[in-house]
Design a protein around this ligand. Structure first.
Ligand SMILES: [Fe+2]
Length: 364
């Protein structure tokens, strides 16, 4: 047995966790840049709670609320410009995966004289500004990962960067913030969290510790399946989904993502499909593809989620995602070529060749 486990983020989970730990939120510096997408940070109450905490400790702040879904390198460059102009010495990201990922990029660019494209070298002369992450969706897990996923229009895909310095210093997870999310966002983000746990579980980089976390995250998705199907959520469901998302983030912070994410990015980039839903399209085939190579783990996923077969699993996931858009052979070739350039695809337990992935996509 040989493994590494590094998860340096201080996590506060539970109702009112910001209010109960205001000195933590306000203690990282004297001027914050708050990075949000504009909507869920306000509606959820998270932005208000963060601003109140900062005001109570006389910590100044500027709000950058222009982060779009699947943020671009241009957006983070603008955000870093605002952080520098404001003299921010720490960054607070509030929202779904997009604002949290943008916050990490802005934290690096604010502390360094570099172009956003250089982020992907994962080598930064100066340490990023400290980051606080406050998720308002239960899916990304970005609050406990070093990864920031940005859209690269030059490469026609999403690409991630991150190193040990881009983990948020502190994460506040209040399940109440996720209650304002609409049903479709709740379903798509739950699928994303589930995907992180599954991909990390069936990865060549999985470890004994990451497997414990992944198995629990997978089980919690199974507990929430009935609620996801009917689109009605109790506070306990919200807690379970946020906890599963946290666990999924901890898992991929050790293992990275695997086959599903790099392949699914194509559906998001070319077909504008939400990230979690795009992952969902690929899940059942992912289990079939890995069945022989990782039989025990695939069977455990089925057991933990309450299914007797991959076919039954496929039906339940398809109920949540709907049908994947049809893609032709030229698109399949394009998707495969792009996905094969990403590191994650080469960490699947069963090795993936281009022709395997093309066949995989034909079955979706
Ligand atoms: Fe994801």
């Amino acid at each position: 047995m040989e493994f590494k486990f590094h998860m340096p983020t201080r996590v506060y989970f539970g109702r009112g966790c910001i209010g109960k730990n205001v000195e933590e939120l306000a203690g990282l510096g004297s001027k914050a840049l708050i990075v949000t997408g504009g909507q869920s940070a306000k509606i959820s109450g998270a932005l208000c709670d963060a601003c109140s905490a900062l005001e109570r400790f006389n910590v100044g702040y500027t709000i950058f609320d222009r982060v779009e879904n699947n943020p671009s390198t241009d957006t983070v460059k603008i955000g870093a410009g605002e952080a520098k102009q404001a003299g921010a010495d720490f960054i607070i990201g509030i929202g779904g995966g997009s604002p949290l990922d943008a916050a990490k990029a802005i934290a690096v660019l604010s502390a360094n004289d570099m172009e956003p494209e250089q982020l992907f070298t994962n080598s930064f002369p100066n340490k990023p500004l400290p980051i606080i992450a406050i998720p308002t969706t239960a899916g990304t897990g970005s609050e406990v990962t070093p990864y920031s996923v940005l859209t690269r229009s030059d490469l026609q895909t999403k690409k991630s960067f991150g190193n040990k310095d881009t983990f948020p210093v502190i994460a506040f997870l209040d399940p109440h913030y996720t209650q304002s999310q609409p049903v479709n966002v709740t379903i798509n983000t739950a699928l994303d969290a589930f995907s992180h746990n599954m991909e990390g579980y069936i990865s060549t980089r999985s470890t004994p510790v990451s497997d414990i976390l992944a198995a629990e995250g997978i089980r919690l998705f199974g507990c929430c399946l009935d609620s996801l199907k009917i689109g009605v959520f109790t506070l306990e469901d919200r807690e379970n989904m946020l906890y599963a998302s946290l666990l999924g983030g901890m898992v991929i912070s050790q293992t990275g993502t695997n086959l599903i994410h790099p392949t699914a990015y194509n559906y998001t980039y070319f077909k504008d499909i939400p990230h979690g839903k795009a992952n969902g399209y690929l899940m059942a085939e992912f289990l079939r593809f890995n069945y022989e190579a990782a039989k025990d783990k695939v069977e455990n996923i089925l057991k933990l989620t309450g299914f007797e077969s991959i076919d039954a699993f496929a039906e339940a996931i398809a109920y949540l995602t709907g049908e994947a858009p049809r893609i032709d052979e030229a698109e399949i070739a394009q998707y495969v070529a792009i996905a094969m350039t990403q590191r994650g695809i080469h960490t699947n337990i069963r090795p993936v060749q281009s022709e395997d992935l093309a066949e995989f996509l034909r079955k979706i």
